[in-house]
Design a protein around this ligand. Structure first.
Ligand code: Q9C
Ligand code: ZN
Length: 334
C-alpha cells in the first residue's frame, strides 16, 4: 500500500490549547506522525497539486486568512501562536474586518487550534498527501494511505477548529468527483464527529457523509453529530450520524459499523474516503471509547468487505506511543 507523507507536515507544532478552562500542552503533536511513520516504514512524498483542489472546498478568503494570519499576528505585536478570543455568534452580520483578533474569531470554531508560522505549509502538504493517495487509487490501487497531519475533519469551508485547518478528506472527495467519480462516500471513524466534513456536504446528494463518534451531548464538537442530523435539500439522507456512549468497546462498535456500511452499500459509491482516527483507542488521553490495538484490523476488515477503491486519510489519535501500532493494525486489515 502506498503511504504518503511530507516532512513539512511536521513543522506545525502549536504550543497550547484551551481545554476545560485552562491552557494545556497541545495534544496534536509532531511526534504523532513520527510514531506512525516509524511503524509503517517508508512513506513517499506527495506531488504538488496546487491550490485549486483546496479552493474547490475552502473559501478563498479563508485560505488567504490561513496563509497570512501568523504574519498579521506578529505585525500586531503578538508573540507565539495566533489564537482567537472572541467569536461572532451565528446571527451577527458578516462584517469584513482586518484586526487579527476579529479575523481569528470569524474563521475559527474554538481556541484549541492555534496558527503557528508553519501551520499553512503543514496543512497544505497534508492536503497534498490526501490528493496524492487519491491519485494512487485513481490509477488502480485498491487502497492508499495519506498520513495527514494536521488532521482535517473539523475544518469547514471557512473555518478551522478541532486541530484542523484544511479538510483533507473533503478535498480528496471533491477531487475524486472532479476526476469522474459519480458518488463518493466518506466514512468517518474518528472518535469525534467530523463537523467540517458534514457541513461541507450537508446540501449535496453526491457525497455521503457517515460517521460513528462519541455522543456530542457530552463530547466535542457538541453542536454537530446528533442522530437526527441527516442533511438537507439534495443532501437529505446523505448524512448519517451514529453517536455512541462513553466506554463503547469493539462489539457494539462493530454493530454500529455494520449499519453504516449497509448505508454506504445502498448509496453505491464509486469511491470511499475513510477519515480514520485512532482516538477510539482505549488509552486515548482525550477520548472515551474502549477499542484495543488488536481491534483495528477487525474494523478495517469490515470496511474492506465493501471492496471499494479507498483512500484512508489520517485524522486524530493522541496516545502517541500506541499510535503507530494502531494505525498499522488498521491498515493491515484492509
Ligand atoms: N482544547 C481530532 O481528533 N478538544 N480533533 C477539545 C479543545 C478538541 C480532536 C478541547 C478535540 C479535537 C481531529
Ligand atoms: Zn478525533
Amino acid at each position: 500500500m502506498r503511504m504518503i507523507f511530507d516532512p513539512r507536515q511536521s513543522a506545525h507544532a502549536p504550543a497550547l490549547e484551551m481545554h476545560n478552562g485552562g491552557w494545556v500542552a497541545h495534544a496534536e503533536v509532531p511526534g504523532r506522525a513520527a510514531n506512525i511513520g516509524a511503524a509503517l516504514g517508508a512513506t513517499e512524498a506527495p506531488a504538488d497539486h496546487g491550490l485549486a483542489s483546496i479552493t474547490a472546498i475552502h473559501d478563498p478568503a479563508y485560505v488567504d486568512f490561513l496563509r497570512s494570519a501568523h504574519r498579521r499576528w506578529l505585525e500586531a505585536g503578538r508573540e507565539g501562536d495566533a489564537v482567537g478570543y472572541i467569536w461572532p455568534v451565528a446571527r451577527r452580520r458578516d462584517v469584513q474586518l482586518d484586526r487579527i483578533d476579529a479575523m481569528l474569531g470569524r474563521y475559527s470554531m474554538d481556541a484549541g487550534t492555534p496558527i503557528t508560522a508553519d501551520t499553512w505549509d503543514a496543512a497544505y502538504w497534508a492536503a497534498q498527501s490526501a490528493l496524492t493517495a487519491l491519485d494512487a487509487v485513481l490509477a488502480g490501487d485498491r487502497v492508499a494511505f495519506a498520513l495527514c497531519r494536521p488532521p482535517g475533519h473539523h475544518a469547514g469551508a471557512d473555518y478551522l477548529g478541532g486541530y484542523c485547518y484544511l479538510n483533507n478528506a473533503a478535498i480528496a472527495a471533491q477531487a475524486a468527483r472532479d476526476a469522474g467519480a459519480t458518488r463518493v462516500a466518506i466514512l468517518d471513524v474518528d472518535y469525534h464527529h467530523g463537523n467540517g466534513t458534514q457541513d461541507i456536504f450537508w446540501n449535496r446528494g453526491d457525497v455521503l457523509f457517515a460517521s460513528i463518534h462519541g455522543d456530542p451531548r457530552i463530547d466535542y464538537p457538541f453542536y454537530w453529530g446528533h442522530a437526527d442530523e441527516r442533511g438537507e435539500g439534495a443532501g437529505e439522507g446523505a448524512t448519517l450520524n451514529l453517536p455512541l456512549p462513553h466506554g463503547t468497546a469493539i462489539a457494539p462498535y462493530l454493530a454500529a459499523l455494520d449499519q453504516v456500511l449497509a448505508a454506504i452499500r445502498a448509496f453505491a459509491p464509486d469511491m470511499l474516503i475513510v477519515s480514520f482516527g485512532a482516538d477510539t483507542y482505549e488509552a486515548d488521553p482525550i477520548s472515551h471509547f474502549a477499542i484495543r490495538t488488536q481491534d483495528y484490523a477487525e474494523i478495517a476488515g469490515a470496511i474492506a468487505k465493501l471492496a471499494l477503491p479507498s483512500v484512508i486519510v489520517m485524522e486524530g489519535g493522541y496516545a502517541v506511543d500506541a499510535l503507530g501500532a494502531n494505525v498499522a493494525g488498521f491498515l493491515s486489515g484492509l
